[in-house]
Design a binder for this molecule. Sequence first.
Ligand SMILES: [Zn+2]
Length: 56
Amino acid sequence: MQGVCPECEFDFTTPELEAGETIVCRECQLTLQVQGVEGGVLMLEPIEASLSDWGE
Ligand SMILES: [Zn+2]
């Protein structure tokens, strides 16, 4: 599959991914979540790496 980092516009090829999975851009180290797939191209959204905001 293919995707483009929304932050640094780095083009990369990934193994099979599904919506909700995350990858790390190897160029800018940003964590990206797969929002969906369009025509074999990943729609990626940067997310906060921190998971400490749960509950409260
Ligand atoms: Zn990037």
